[in-house]
Design a protein around this ligand. Sequence first.
Ligand code: FO1
Length: 331
Amino acid sequence: MTAEDNSISNNGRVVALCGGVGGAKLAFGLARILGDRLTVVVNTGDDFEHLGLHVSPDLDTVLYTLSGLANRELGWGRGDESWNFMSVLRDLGAETWFQLGDRDLALHVERTRQLRAGVPLTQIIGAFANSFGIRAEILPMSDDAVRTTVVTPEGALPFQRYFVERRCAPMVRQINFEGAGKAQPTAQVLAALRDPDLQAIILCPSNPFLSIDPILAVPGLRGVLEAARAPVVAVSPIIGGKAVKGPTDKIMAELGVAATNGAIAEHYRGLLAGLVIDATDAAERDTVGGPTHVTKTLMKSDEDREELARETLGFAARLAAMAGPKRMVSS
Ligand code: FO1
């Protein structure tokens, strides 16, 4: 590690964009290094009303992962769970396809109560993060409703119906972000991205199509990223042509996109100063179309998460030291 590499670890703000289980793991590693100098902007396109409750899966996965409460096998929900609510729901013949643990349930009930009282989602999530002892700033991408729908041969499915109830089986023809056109980025998200002390913007190894694109679809956000002085660095969610978790490679195939690191770089065309790929794919280094850092990107342990975060921050520091953050113009 050069002194340069450590520069970001020791000062300045870093903003990470994230959604889903994989993204939250890198956010965990970044939070261990950066503490309150990290802002995590989280996808809310997966949010939905269920059983009369407002559920925010990606926000909750970040809250549980950064606080150490997450179920480590599943990646979502809490580890210390009981399922009495679900078992009575089943007895009542109600919908049980979306599993809500008893402790997790309290968070949905309290979020719904506050939303109905007019409290902005950003304020609710900030208070939850504090109560979980999280020092990083956790921000919804917007306080306005943006809802991911997946267009399949059976028609448009709300995201959780596609992802959980149908287990990603239907073929994806198109992905829409309902309400994105009218949504506003929050003042807190804009302030973090415009922080004069911003050192790096990290696109976590989330599904680009389902977790990062909804964030980039919020009017104005992509432009703020493109104008940012700090380098934008993505960690590829693809290793060896496969997604580490979830339907990324299946969706890429259905959308006619090759599951390669070059395709990931192309997807973020115009935004990236660099891409982090796994050592398995070192041979792809020269086909990515711009600065590439090769390291171990599979995160099994907390140490793996922190090591990948450190490698990514070091790469961003080196890119920042070069004359201005060059945008990758992938092939
Ligand atoms: N994913 C599942 O595959 N099955 C579930 O029953 C389920 C419940 C659930 C409850 C709360 C929560 O925050 C997440 C939950 N998830 C479940 C995961 C969630 O659907 C996905 O993590 C995201 O929406 C996609 O990134």
